[in-house]
Write a protein that binds this ligand. Structure first.
Ligand code: ATP
Length: 376
């Protein structure tokens, strides 16, 4: 094979289960690309994370950051360990440094029920959960990371930052995503701004800019929901939402809530996207409670890798990369469809290796679709 598109991928397995799901993810990527042809990935494995910090005193070595900045995309497992901390008591989180330093303002967190994975909500409508949280990822309350002040052991302050340029790009990204989702038949053409504009000036400003940008997309529905009401709605009627966009801290919390709706962190992928760079990683952390047992659900890692191929394919006009992305997503759906593959979130015995085997088998079985050039 002489692939017409070869992309350089910075691979950061990180810590805990991040390491355990990364090699299976590469196996899945390779299997999908073998089937599709015309696309290849060139991997550079790099050190970063809590264990790197413990060994070297630096959680994100310069060589790693430079390689990430040069790569076409960054694939990340998970980083951080509760027992390894900076002197101020905060956790090691170089994934946050990457977001800030590479300007990855749009944290894309799709929340979709995989048919065959048990629903946590009793309503049959939960089978139709399919929405995307866009979490602003370079400012908000997280802008205070490393800058919070504790005075005289009496008072602590962290400051939230909302800026117009980032908001404009964030909202435009969200509206364009809603257009794409509607175009592909998966979306409702709706963007919901999640804020706390009734209390904070920063969120009133956030909402004002949202409304300004919404006016540029008159074909889409744009509405607002307060964060507390959204927490309620995401349990009562999550199937009604399409794209929701919110501040960094709110998005951090809502994405875990969303993951809970569809079976747990092992089913929640993510991408952190900027104008030039992007990191693809599962929403979950290093999961120290199950690390080393080989039972982490690798599905979110695979879904994140599919998002990477899709992003690369769109950015570089490489339809084969997009076809490989669809193949992985379809293989995940096929592997879970009959309801027998039960991961540890449900007390099942489908461990990392078993889920990987099932998805690899589904990729290999998907000859008809690949021969037909992928789904439209
Ligand atoms: P972080 O703060 O780094 O995002 P977290 O505190 O949200 O991490 P996680 O590491 O994501 O915590 O784990 C939350 C829970 O979900 C834990 O009980 C963990 O075992 C479980 N979990 C996370 N990822 C997976 C996975 N891939 N498969 C199965 N269980 C998982």
């Amino acid at each position: 094979m002489n692939p017409s598109s070869t992309f350089r991928i910075a691979v950061l397995p990180g810590d805990g289960i991040g390491v355990e799901v990364m090699q299976p993810c590469i196996d899945v990527l390779e299997a999908a690309m073998r089937r599709v042809g015309n696309v290849a990935l060139d991997y550079e494995w790099l050190e970063a994370g809590a264990n790197t910090y413990r060994e070297t005193g630096n959680a994100l070595p310069k060589a790693t950051f430079d390689a990430c900045a040069k790569a076409d995309a960054i694939l990340l497992g998970a980083m951080g360990m509760p027992h390894i901390r900076y002197p101020d008591g905060t956790e090691i989180a170089p994934q946050l440094d990457l977001r800030f330093d590479l300007g990855l303002y749009a944290g894309v967190r799709p929340i979709r029920t995989i048919p065959g994975v048990p629903s946590l909500l009793a309503s049959p409508r939960a089978e139709a959960i399919d929405f995307v949280i866009i979490r602003e990822s370079t400012e908000g309350l997280f802008a205070s990371r490393g800058k919070g002040v504790v005075t005289d052991d009496r008072e602590a302050r962290d400051t939230m930052v909302i800026t117009r340029p980032v908001c404009e790009r964030l909202f435009d990204f969200s509206f364009r995503l809603a257009e794409d989702r509607r175009g592909s038949g998966s979306g409702k053409g709706r963007v919901t701004c999640v804020d706390k504009a009734n209390v904070f000036a920063s969120f009133a400003f956030f909402r004002k800019i949202f409304d300004e940008r919404a006016a540029r997309f008159p074909d889409l529905a744009a509405d607002h929901v307060y964060i507390d009401a959204m927490a309620l709605s995401l349990v009562l009627k999550p199937w009604e939402f399409d794209v929701m966009v919110t501040e960094n801290m709110f998005g951090d919390i809502l994405s875990d809530l969303g993951a809970g709706l569809i079976g747990g962190m092992g089913y929640a992928p993510s991408a952190d996207i900027g104008d030039e760079h992007a990191v693809f990683q599962p929403c979950h952390g290093s999961a120290p409670d199950i690390a080393g047992e080989g039972k982490a659900n690798p599905t979110a890692m695979f879904q994140s890798a599919a998002m990477m191929l899709d992003w690369l394919g769109e950015r570089h006009a490489a339809p084969s990369a997009r076809a490989a992305a669809r193949l992985i997503t379809d293989a995940i759906d096929a592997a879970f469809a009959d309801g027998r593959l039960r991961t540890c979130e449900f007390g099942g015995d489908a461990d990392t290796a078993a889920v990987t085997r099932a998805i690899l088998a589904a990729i290999d079985n998907d000859t008809a679709r690949v021969a037909a050039g992928g789904r439209a």
